[in-house]
Ligand binder design. Structure first.
Ligand code: ASP
Length: 356
């Protein structure tokens, strides 16, 4: 029996004997009692960075908005039909993984060596269970593999060839690494390599000096959904950083840094300069502030993004949703591709600052 099914079965038994309210289970009585109040929905992002109206064409803006809308459509349809937040997050992220505009799946950035290494993770806020994959080169949908790791392995995080072997065992679609080749990302790699050669510095140092084009990395995708049972799931998928080297792994597959979900506080997916998101455990830190300090998701998210990350040079943003379907999308960059659709509030899509 897979780990999740086992946990769900145990949760169901606990509920039957009438003491499941505090267990964080997926079918608990407390959640069932709240069912009528649940405002189901999802929030998504497609990366944060230097996105200004001046450096955007109307066609490109429309293309991003259409892609974000398509991801919201896919996830929301599942939630509306009474489906699970796990399926909604996977569906929304897969739409973005297949869209070359984003730095995830198909449109993933290039490594220093001219290949692609993809990272992803997913976490279930009722089960507090998670799955993650890092440095995968041949798996078409890394987010799907992260789910497989959570539900059908004894582990939380797999990497590189071992992760691909597991993907094959689970019957997931494998592709050549060249499947992820795109012209615009190749051009970005060439410009990044040029900068690295000229300046004889690491990408991080160049990023801090301001000469590194933030568009090099932009486009990580993520989703957080709450279903009609009140379960929160958060997921993140990325190609990481352009010209990354030595099998660098970012925050996206690290539970607590790039992704976190706990029904008792909130779900978070992050995008930005991964090294900072790892060091400041950003996603879990947001939820901890909600859980232990009693802050709202707006307060907690704004604090971490603007007061913790920004002063130390950590650029990026997060999307947050709580079990009541309230959401927040703070970022400290010029823009963040983002969108939300909830039963109560309908659809919101944003790219630049001050749009909602
Ligand atoms: N967080 C990602 C990474 O560092 C990149 C991004 O979100 O822009 O791998």
């Amino acid at each position: 029996m897979g780990k999740t099914r086992l946990a769900l079965t145990i949760a169901a038994v606990i509920t039957l004997v009438g003491c499941g309210a505090d267990s964080g289970d997926a079918t608990g009585q407390a959640q069932a009692a709240q069912q009528d109040e649940v405002n189901f929905g999802l929030v998504i992002h497609g990366g944060a960075g230097t996105i200004t109206r001046e450096n955007m064409t109307p066609e490109r803006e429309e293309a991003f908005k259409a892609a974000l809308n398509a991801a919201l459509d896919a996830g929301y349809a599942i939630l509306e039909a009474g489906g699970e937040s796990m399926d909604a997050v996977i569906a929304a992220i897969q739409v973005m993984e297949e869209e070359p505009l984003f730095n995830a799946g198909r449109g993933s950035v290039y490594t220093f060596d001219g290949g692609h290494e993809l990272d992803a993770s997913i976490m279930h806020g009722g089960l507090l269970d998670a799955g993650a994959v890092a440095g995968v080169r041949t798996v078409k949908s890394p987010i799907q593999l992260a789910r497989e790791v959570m539900e059908n392995s004894r582990h939380v995080m797999l990497s590189a060839e071992g992760a691909a072997e597991f993907a094959e065992e689970r019957g997931l679609e494998l592709v050549e690494n060249s499947y992820f080749n795109t012209e615009h990302r190749y051009e970005q790699l060439q410009r990044a390599l040029e900068l690295l050669r000229e300046e004889d510095r690491t990408g991080d140092q160049i990023a801090q000096s301001g000469t590194w084009d933030p568009a090099f990395n932009m486009g990580t995708v993520g989703a957080v959904a709450v279903d009609q049972r009140g379960n929160i799931v958060a997921g993140t998928s990325t190609g990481g950083m352009t010209a990354k080297r030595y099998n660098r792994i970012g925050d996206a597959p690290i539970i607590g840094a790039g992704t976190w979900a706990d029904n008792a506080s909130c779900g978070v997916s992050a995008t930005g300069h991964g090294e900072y998101f790892i060091r400041y455990n950003v996603s879990a830190q947001v939820c901890s502030r909600v859980k232990y300090l009693g802050e709202s998701i707006e307060e907690a998210g704004a604090h971490v993004i603007h007061n913790v990350l920004l002063p130390v040079g950590g650029t990026g943003g997060v999307i947050i949703m709580d079990a009541q379907g309230n959401f927040s999308m703070p970022f400290n960059t010029e823009g963040m591709y983002r969108g939300a659709r909830t039963q109560r509030e309908g659809t919101v899509i944003g790219i630049y600052q001050q749009e909602e």
